[in-house]
Design a binder for this molecule. Structure first.
Ligand code: FAD
Length: 479
C-alpha cells in the first residue's frame, strides 16, 4: 500500500466479473454518471476515484463481497451518507462500498428502550421511527437528512444535543460488523451491562471505516421530553456564555439540551445567504448570541423555571437581551439560523476550518488567544467561531478578508493558521478533532501530535483487525 492519499490497486478482470455476479445490476455501479454523487465531497474539495461502487443489499451480501475482496487482495472504502467533513469516505482507488441499501429496521424493543437498525437508515428516518414509539433518538446535527447510522457511528458523531445525551458512542448498545476477511461479528446485544472481556464495539465506533464494515446497530431510545423551550439570547462575550451555561445547568437541574454560541458575523452570513431565514431579534444587535434549548420532562412549571433563569441572567448582566420562542414555528426559525450556518459559510467560500475542543472553562481564553494569533498572521481575516459551547467544541473558521480569493488565502495562510490554532489547542489540553474525525485531512498531523506510545497502540489495533490493510487504507493512520 502507498502512503499517499492516492492508492493504486490492480483489479483482476475475474474479480470484476465475480463481483458483478454477486452484487447484481442494482448492486454494481460502474458508469461515471451513476458514480458521480458517491465520488464528490460535500464541501467540493476534490473528487474520489473508484473502479466501481458496490451496493450490497444485506449483511450476508456484504460478507460475501468482503470475502471476495479478501481473496483478490482488494481494498475497500465504506461510505454512508457522504456528509463526512474530513475526506474519510471518499475512495482514492479503493472499491467504494455503499451501505445505502442496508435499510431494514430489525427490531424495536420499547421495554428495553432499544432499536436495532441497519447501517443505511438515515438519521432523520430513525428519529421518526423512534418518535412513533413515543421515544426520542436524541442525536441531532445539520446533516441529519442525509447522514446514515453506519457513518454516524463510524465517526462517533456529536451535534447539538451532546450536552444532555452524549455522543454517538453513548447511544450505541451493540454492533454487527463485517470484518475485512468477510466474517460477521454479531455483537447486537442490547445490554446496558456487559463486562465480558474487552468492549469490542468501542473499537469500531469512531474508527472511520478502517477496521470493518458496520452493518447494523442496536441503539438506545430515550424518553421524549414533554416540552422543549428554545431561546435566543444576547451575550457580550464567550465568557458570559460560559457563565450562562453554568447558571442554566444549576437552575434547571441539568435540563439544558443544547447550548450553541454564534457570533454576529455568522448570523449575518446566514441572513445574507440562506433563503427563508430571519433575524430572531432584529432590534438587538449583539456581538454574540446563544441558542439555548431546555428539555423538560413535564409541562407544569417549565415556563416558570425558564423565566426565573432568564430573570437571574439579566439581573446579573450575563444576558443583555433575548427572545423566548413562543411557538414551534419560531423555535424552528431560531434553529434554522444555527443549522444553516455551515451551508451559509459554504456559499461564502472556503474558510480555513478547525473543529476543536478544550475544557468548557477554557473556551473564552481559547477564543481570545486564537483570535490574537490569527490576527497576527492575517490582520483583517474574518473569524467565524461558533458551535457547541456546552461541549467545549468550537468550529473555529477563518475566512479571507474582503477582496481576497479563498483559494489564494488557503494557499498562502492555510497551513500557518492551522498550526497556530492547533498549537494553542494542544497547549490547552484540547483536541484537534472534536467531532469530525481524522480522515485523510488530519492524518499526518495526528501522527505528528500523538505520543509514540499512543501511535503504537493505534497501529497495533489496526494490524490486529485488518492485517492486510485493506479497510479504508491511509485514513486516520498509515501502517
Ligand atoms: P460518510 O461521510 O459516508 O462516512 C464517514 C466515515 O465513516 C468515512 O470514513 C467512511 O469510510 C466511514 N463509514 C461510513 N459508513 C460506514 C460503515 N457502515 N461502516 C464502517 N465505516 C463507515 N458531525 C458531527 O459530529 N456534528 C455535527 O454537528 C455535524 N454537523 C454537520 C453539518 C453538516 C451540514 C454536514 C455536511 C456535516 C456535519 N457533520 C457533523 C459531519 C457528518 O455529518 C458526520 O461525520 C456523519 O457522522 C457522517 O455520516 P455519513 O453517513 O455521511 O458518513
Amino acid at each position: 500500500m502507498t502512503d499517499t492519499h492516492t492508492m493504486t490497486q490492480t483489479i483482476a478482470p475475474e474479480f470484476l466479473v465475480r463481483a458483478k455476479t454477486l452484487l447484481g445490476p442494482v448492486g454494481f455501479i460502474d458508469t461515471p454518471a451513476d458514480m458521480e454523487n458517491y465520488l464528490s465531497d460535500w464541501r467540493g474539495r476534490g473528487n474520489g476515484e473508484a473502479p466501481f461502487i458496490a451496493r450490497p443489499e444485506s449483511v450476508v451480501q456484504v460478507s460475501e463481497f468482503m470475502a471476495l475482496c479478501a481473496e483478490y487482495g482488494v481494498a475497500v472504502t465504506p461510505q454512508g451518507g457522504n456528509t463526512g467533513l474530513v475526506l474519510g469516505g471518499l475512495p482514492h482507488g479503493e472499491v467504494l462500498l455503499s451501505t445505502k441499501r442496508l435499510r431494514a429496521v430489525r427490531n424495536i424493543d420499547p421495554l428495553n428502550d432499544s432499536v436495532t437498525v441497519e447501517a443505511g437508515i438515515i438519521l432523520a428516518e430513525l428519529q421518526e421511527i423512534v418518535a412513533k414509539e413515543n421515544r426520542l433518538f436524541p442525536l441531532s446535527l445539520g446533516a441529519e437528512g442525509q447522514a446514515q447510522i453506519g457513518g454516524l457511528i463510524s465517526t462517533n458523531a456529536g451535534g447539538v444535543a451532546v450536552l444532555k445525551y452524549g455522543m454517538m458512542r453513548d447511544l450505541v448498545l451493540g454492533l454487527e460488523v463485517v470484518m475485512p476477511d468477510g466474517r460477521i461479528w454479531n455483537g447486537l446485544t442490547g445490554l446496558r451491562k456487559d463486562n465480558t472481556a474487552y468492549d469490542l464495539k468501542q473499537l469500531f465506533i469512531g474508527a472511520e471505516g478502517t477496521l470493518g464494515v458496520i452493518t447494523a446497530a442496536t441503539l438506545k431510545m430515550m424518553p421524549r421530553p414533554a416540552v422543549k423551550m428554545v431561546s435566543w439570547l444576547c451575550v457580550e462575550s464567550p465568557a458570559k456564555a460560559v457563565e450562562l451555561l453554568a447558571l442554566a445547568k444549576a437552575e434547571t437541574g441539568g435540563a439544558v439540551s443544547s447550548f450553541e454560541l454564534m457570533p454576529r458575523i455568522g448570523v449575518d452570513f446566514v441572513l445574507e445567504q440562506m433563503p427563508d431565514t430571519r433575524d430572531p431579534h432584529p432590534d438587538a444587535k449583539s456581538p454574540w448570541y446563544v441558542l439555548m434549548e431546555i428539555s423538560f420532562p413535564r409541562e407544569e412549571g417549565a415556563r416558570d423555571v425558564l423565566e426565573g433563569l432568564l430573570e437571574k441572567a439579566m439581573e446579573s448582566e450575563i444576558v443583555t437581551d433575548g427572545v423566548l420562542a413562543e411557538s414551534e414555528t419560531q423555535a424552528f426559525e431560531i434553529w434554522k439560523i444555527r443549522e444553516t450556518l455551515p451551508l451559509a459559510e459554504k456559499a461564502f467560500g472556503k474558510a480555513v476550518k478547525h473543529d476543536v475542543s478544550v475544557p468548557v472553562s477554557s473556551l473564552p481564553a481559547f477564543i481570545e488567544q486564537a483570535n490574537a494569533r490569527v490576527y497576527a498572521i492575517v490582520p483583517n481575516a474574518n473569524i467565524i467561531s461558533f458551535g457547541h459551547v456546552g461541549d467545549g467544541n468550537m468550529h473555529y473558521n477563518v475566512a479571507p478578508p474582503e477582496g481576497v480569493s479563498d483559494d489564494e488565502f488557503y494557499k498562502a495562510y492555510g497551513a500557518e493558521l492551522t498550526k497556530a490554532v492547533h498549537d494553542l489547542v494542544c497547549d490547552m489540553n484540547g483536541s484537534i478533532s472534536a467531532e469530525h474525525g481524522i480522515g485523510t485531512m488530519k492524518r499526518d498531523e495526528l501522527a505528528e501530535r500523538v505520543s509514540d506510545v499512543e501511535m503504537d497502540m493505534l497501529k497495533a489495533v489496526k494490524r490486529a483487525l485488518d492485517p492486510e490493510n485493506r479497510m479504508n487504507p491511509n485514513r486516520v493512520i498509515s501502517i
